[in-house]
Design a protein around this ligand. Structure first.
Ligand SMILES: [Zn+2]
Length: 217
């Protein structure tokens, strides 16, 4: 049964009990889907790489019911958020060719991150571009599964740029960065990158996307 904010009844009690069993605070299992239940559900969805929509649909229920069957002591994996400003970078849940993989990411500015080796090269490249009077602004770097799922859904619905199947984007491996180019091959950023990107290991590998650069170094 699909449950959402303001749902009520015995199924909501069940949902609240499952969330509690998963170690999340929902307060009293009172059968009213309120703010605490919503918050706990979203946390659960993020931990399980589900769409973080706060709606308990079939996928979420499956994960909830499986979660409860884990042997005692097998705690749900800690949610990893890129604290990318940490000097050594931070460990996050990435995906490479459809396989979940822990990767270390580091900041590339503008709140974005890349796999640490790619980030180091990107930052060198950004500094070189700046010396040449060109600003490289990252608008997307490493993406979580939830972020890729939402971009893919938008793309499939005709509302967004081409997005790779969740699990298969080089953004999820922390190797691809989208740089602000106003979508134009004549932008200063694109032109500079076309000349110098390769020297730093970055190639423009998606046709029609002047902004998308992948680290192959
Ligand atoms: Zn991209």
């Amino acid at each position: 049964m699909t449950l959402r904010i303001n749902s009520r009844g015995s199924q909501v009690v069940k949902l609240q009990k499952e969330l509690k069993a998963a170690g999340l605070a929902v307060g009293k299992a009172d059968g009213i889907f309120g703010a605490n239940t919503l918050k706990a559900l979203k946390t659960f969805q993020a931990r399980h790489h589900l769409a973080v929509d706060g709606v308990a649909g079939p996928n979420t229920w499956r994960a909830l019911l499986n979660d409860g069957k884990k042997p005692a002591g097998a705690a749900a994996p800690k949610k990893t958020t890129p604290v990318a400003s940490a000097p050594r970078g931070s460990l996050v849940s990435g995906y490479v060719n459809g396989v979940a993989k822990k990767i270390r990411v580091a900041s590339i500015g503008n709140g974005k991150a890349l796999r640490s080796d790619a980030a180091a090269k990107f930052n060198q490249m950004k500094a070189a571009a700046r010396r040449a009077g060109v600003t490289l602004t990252p608008v997307s770097g490493f993406r979580t599964m939830a972020q890729q799922r939402s971009l893919y859904a938008a793309y499939r619905a005709g509302r967004g740029n081409l997005a790779a199947r969740p699990g298969y984007s080089n953004h999820q491996g922390g190797r691809s960065v989208d740089v602000s180019t106003n979508g134009s091959y004549s932008s200063a950023a694109y032109k500079w990158l076309a000349r110098h990107g390769r020297a730093y290991g970055f190639v423009n590998d998606v046709r029609g996307e002047p902004w998308h650069w992948t680290f192959r170094g």
